[in-house]
Design a protein around this ligand. Structure first.
Ligand SMILES: [Zn+2]
Length: 567
């Protein structure tokens, strides 16, 4: 083979190779252009699209008559888009002045190279409008909402408040967050590589959807009035706190839940109390936000005799005219346990013992029922479980294990000591006693509506029937009526209405600290109870007896509430 032929062959081979490579390359290009173009197009769009969130308006919280308790006010969010700013110094100066921010802080935002940078949220609408009027390139003013509570401190610990992202922090605002929040919207804008909005390219808007509004069983008028009465007694008695719950005992609808001192829902991080030293601020805030009606437990004392009497009647171990004797104390095991009447009540029937709130009578009755019998009715009356109220952080009761209950514990449990429950647990248990044995679920949430006002979700709450017999319920209503008409609860009377109830003076632990909780639980009308309430005065100064200081508070409340609800 001569060199020429050899050269020619070599060229052919090289050419063939080149053609082959070219075909592969073209095929690859064709594949990319046809098959992968969508993928690359999407990536390109990604790079040139800017998204701004439009917050959804949070649902309103209304009382049972449509009074708005939690609303929204229009505010603005101010942001800057680095690449669109034409006069950075002017932007920095205007924003620092109008927003009352440090120049350095604004500069940091303005000079940061990013797609969009938030400078400040929750800016008053007027300030937002002012900033808009400067027509500064690269400054965005977006409409936004912030929560507003028209009545400041009213029912603060119950309603609760929201955080910076419009999410519930405490109270009903947390419990109903999923309904109230709504869905965020978005604004999409197309920009070129430098982040400058492409002219004439339409914005894509996905509109936000307002959250559902919530209707409560709470009654604004009742809540306001009860708050006033509670604040008055708080001041008079220089007490630590005063709590009141009002409920419909037939269905568990709560009309009012007051815990004074309350705090301002529009300034929930401002402490309203003089804190003890060496406690950090978060602890003080948590303390300020606590809802004593459900978050705290206490020894109920004599109001609990309602439960012991109910168990005894159910177990048929006592009749109303059984006689007892009270020398002013009872020796149990090796302990001398006193009656509140030092000289003793002498000879008395069970009915009289109940009206006198005599401890020795209840120690005897408790012994007849026995701990198994008592605990059987604690269980039936919901005292071993949480009430299931639609508020977060409900406390559980603290009870002795049945095997740890000796004679002394049995005696003290019988008149309401040596265990702890929440005020709401007691209110619910007594409701079942007076309503014929239905264990209701205390609640505020009634139903939600959408923006157009159409009902969305109607809440239903469990009722456990048959906790006690109708007969025992009737007897207990009579006994509780007698306590108010002739017994220790006389100060709970209301002219023109038949009120039943029971007083208590609980010692706070440690015993002997000289601190008390004075309370009264009362309902009306006795024959067919439509409202039940509990008043607790925590650490009153001076006179601390429930019958002397708490019963009159309930009487004052009922003087307004009974004619209002049942004209
Ligand atoms: Zn006695």
């Amino acid at each position: 083979m001569d060199t020429k032929t050899y050269q020619r062959k070599k060229i052919v081979i090289v050419l063939a190779g080149m053609i082959f490579l070219l075909v592969v390359l073209l095929a690859r290009m064709w594949y990319i252009m046809v098959n992968r173009s969508q993928h690359y197009k999407e990536r390109a769009d990604d790079l040139h699209e800017r998204e701004r969130v439009i917050k959804a308006e949070r649902g309103i919280i209304y009382d049972r008559n449509g009074v708005a308790l939690a609303t929204n006010k229009s505010v603005c969010t101010i942001s800057v888009i680095h690449n669109q700013i034409t006069d950075p110094e002017r932007v920095i100066q205007v924003l620092a002045e109008t927003l009352e921010m440090e120049v350095q802080k604004v500069r940091k935002r303005v000079e940061k190279v990013s797609s969009i940078e938030k400078v400040r949220s929750n800016v008053p609408k007027e300030t937002g409008d002012l900033i808009r009027s400067y027509k500064l390139d690269g400054v965005m003013v977006d409409e936004d909402y912030s929560r507003y509570y028209p009545f400041d401190a009213l029912a603060a610990k119950t309603i609760g408040f929201t955080g910076g992202e419009n999410q519930g922090i405490i109270g009903l605002e947390v419990m109903y967050d999923d309904y109230l929040q709504g869905d965020e919207g978005r604004i999409l804008t197309v920009t070129d590589v430098r982040g400058v909005e492409v002219e004439n390219s339409a914005e894509t808007r996905v509109e936000p959807i307002m959250g559902e509004s919530l209707y409560l069983s709470l009654d604004y008028n009742i809540q306001s009035y009860v708050t006033q009465v509670a604040e008055k007694i708080l001041k008079q008695k220089q007490a630590k706190s005063v709590s009141v719950i009002l409920m419909n005992p037939q269905n568990g609808e709560l009309y009012a839940m007051v815990n004074v001192p309350e705090f301002n829902l529009n300034e929930p991080f401002v402490l309203n109390m003089s804190g003890e030293a060496a406690v950090n601020t978060q602890d003080l805030l948590n303390q300020m936000w606590r809802n004593g009606c459900i978050n705290d437990t206490y020894e109920p004392g004599s109001t609990f005799k309602i439960i012991t009497a109910t168990a005894a009647l159910e177990k048929k171990v006592v009749a109303l005219n059984d006689t007892f004797s009270c020398p002013g104390f009872r020796i149990v095991a090796d302990r001398r346990i006193r009656c509140h009447k030092a000289g003793g009540h002498g000879s008395e029937t069970f009915t009289q013992g109940f009206m006198n709130s005599c401890n020795p009578v209840f120690m005897d009755v408790g012994a007849r029922v026995g701990i198994e019998g008592l605990y059987e009715y604690f269980e039936k009356l919901g005292l071993f479980e949480k009430t299931g109220i639609d508020l977060p952080g409900e406390a559980a009761s603290i009870m002795h294990k049945i095997e740890n209950v000796g004679e002394v514990e049995l005696a003290t449990i019988s008149f309401g000591q040596s265990f702890q429950i929440t005020p709401l647990q007691l209110l619910r248990a007594v409701s079942a006693v007076i309503n014929g044995g239905n264990l209701v679920t205390p609640h505020f949430g009634m139903y939600t509506v959408n923006k157009e006002g159409d009902k969305q979700t109607v809440f239903e709450y469990p009722v456990k029937e048959g906790a006690i017999s109708q007969e025992t319920s009737e007897t207990m209503k009579e006994l509780l009526g007698l306590v108010v008409s002739e017994g220790t609860g006389k100060n709970g009377q209301v002219e023109g209405y038949f009120v039943g109830g029971k007083t208590a003076t609980s010692q706070k632990l440690p015993r002997g600290s000289g601190k008390y909780i004075a309370s009264f639980i009362g309902f009306s009308p006795v024959e067919n109870p439509q409202i039940i309430g509990i008043v607790l005065i925590d650490e009153p100064t001076g006179t601390y007896y429930g019958g002397t200081i708490a019963a009159p508070v309930m009487s004052e409340i009922y003087q307004m509430v009974l004619p209002y609800l049942f004209p």
